[in-house]
Design a protein around this ligand. Sequence first.
Ligand code: CUA
Length: 443
Amino acid sequence: MTSTPSTRKALRLLAVVAASLVLAACTQDPELTTLGDDLAGPEARQIDNFLQWILWICYAVFAGVLGVTIYAWKNFGIDGDDYEEDDWPEQIHGNDKLEYAWTALPAILLFAIGLFTLTVHNSLNSEDTNPINVVVNGESVSWEPQVVVVGQQWWWEYQYHFGDVDVDQERVQTLPTPDITTATQMVIPVGQEIELEITSRDVIHSHWIPSLNGKRDAVPGRQSAPWKIEADRPGVYFGQCTEFCGLSHSRMRMQVVALEKPEFDAWIEAQMQGVPLDADTAAYVDALVAGDTAAPENSQQRAIATFRGKCASCHLMEGVADDLWSEESVAQKLVAGAAPNLTHFSSRTTFAGGIRNVWDPKTGEFNQNDLAQWLRDPASIKANFTELDERGRLRGMPNLELTTQEVDDLIGLLEITGPKPSPEVIEATGVEAPTEENAQGES
Ligand code: CUA
């Protein structure tokens, strides 16, 4: 082949595309795909199915156009420079039948695809979910499975409201305090349609759990049309914010953990409790709440003193510092007006926007190393704007200049918040933190 400038250019482009495909295969993160056999929910399969049909139509159109092109080239093509006027095929101007055909055919195709797209899209929305019975504080209540999903820079909050709460409201700020609040991880019962009310506290994000359903934007000041997810087998399904939302957009991840109903019930029961403190420490907290200046006697009590002094102005931990925490003061302090609720921190399996493990997926041990790094220097794990903005507010976890002792004490306190998830969930949710080796793209 002669190497003209344009072929060299095309080859270079091809090399770049090939290289990026090869490099993409090296990423450590869980695969996020909306296609294939690993889909776990009826909605995701519906999308996959529909996409397959559209792809077949595209293949047919491609083959048709290519076929006509080759036919024309073979039958009417003229070779090289030495041709006579006589070699030209008969020249015509206009052909009504052909022109109608190539206008009508694409129009009909596009209309049909558009119609089916709207139908499928509409069926991905939630209608009325079937209520299920859950046990809340020892009482069986009927719950229409709805979860309020709140995006903020750069993590996802999931709110569960039991009882008579109308969550289809305009703004998340007007909702009452949820019965259960989690960060980064949504827990759902298997085989049950869950309605998601998706919104945002700051900028536009997009919630996407590809194995369960398509993506839905989280828009500040708006509650999305109810979005449906359902997992038909237990497991862990990863997701990622898919709307560019600033500095740590790529570190805004999440997982859905689908549990069998009895395990889900146990999860609810545990989430409704406060932090399991021993009697002495509980008495110590009572004394602090009453305004006494009790001196901490052990690591856990020191951790509580630190938490109340440094963490409680943004984070809620029920039974430890709820008396100090107020939505208003947090809203004044943080751009998004919310920091993760830490009451059951160690019942989750990832932190820092879903990019680090709470529990080591290999050993099952509490991941003290990453947590210590996060507490000492959050920006080394996840970039945050922790300089005060023009209104004196923060975005993300600031460096609190904690001492080694304070970090150790806090890690001890965070570890007992639990309950610890099952080994299967810990293993399945494990995310790979960048290490020296894999950061250099070893694979
Ligand atoms: Cu949130 Cu991207």
